[in-house]
Ligand binder design. Structure first.
Ligand code: CA
Length: 229
């Protein structure tokens, strides 16, 4: 497994260096930026697994930047740990309301910082719930990785499996290709939107023998919808 990429956004060189040192010592990859613009450049190249974000940044403050990160499709699920010199309760609330997942007050011990990073990464590890989902005669079990339709086993590749799971847990709603990429492929990858069409085609082909390919509907100009009606 690749080690997690951690983007450090901190304008004070000495602190940035200290953070990067500790992050690398702990076996993670460290990417650094001194402000929001620099951070966006890093993110365009490489979506990080976690962002360590200083509250006091030049130009765009950490709080505003965190809000922007929460809106952007590539970063909305990337956990943020806010770094700040302030210790007041109201600031902590503001930081968390802006979209941060955790909060650490300077000065902090490297040990505490690493414990927070590990906890946040663990909490955000993508997990597929284990409950079997059913839609009409179609049944999907994440724990056994099996799909059956009217009692017949359906063979699916891993991506089609995840795609079908997403659809079955989000019925009757239209999703754009970009939304499906974010939800099914994850925000860490840049994949072309037409990749979605390829997997939709495969999923429909797998459902065709049991006459369930029409569950996946194309919504012209918008995307796709899983519909049982
Ligand atoms: Ca600062």
């Amino acid at each position: 497994m690749m080690s997690a990429k951690i983007l450090i956004v901190e304008d004070e060189p000495a602190i940035q260096e200290l953070l990067a040192f500790n992050v690398r010592q702990a076996g993670f990859q460290a990417l650094c930026a001194a402000d929001a613009d620099g951070a966006w450049q890093q993110i365009r190249n490489n979506v990080p697994d976690l962002i360590l974000l200083d509250w006091m940044l030049p130009n765009t403050s950490g709080v505003i930047f965190a809000k922007q990160l929460r809106i952007d499709a590539h970063t909305k699920d990337v956990p943020i740990i806010m770094l700040t010199a302030r210790g007041e309760e109201s600031d902590k609330v503001l930081g968390l309301e802006s979209g941060a997942d955790d909060y650490i007050t300077k000065p902090f011990s490297p040990r505490e910082l690493m414990a927070r990073i590990r906890a946040v990464l663990r909490r955000n590890a993508p997990q597929m719930p284990n409950e079997t989902v059913a839609s009409g005669a179609l049944e999907l079990s994440p724990s056994t990785h099996r799909v059956t339709a009217k009692g017949t086993a359906i063979e699916l590749g891993p991506t089609e499996f995840r795609l079908l799971h997403f659809f079955m847990t989000h019925v009757e709603r239209v999703y754009s290709r970009r939304q499906l990429l974010d939800q099914v492929w994850g925000t860490q990858v840049f994949v072309e939107e037409r990749t979605v069409d390829v997997h939709i085609r495969r999923l429909r082909a797998a459902l065709e023998p049991v006459e369930m390919d029409n569950l996946i509907q194309t919504v012209r100009g918008s995307g796709y919808r899983f519909s049982t009606s």
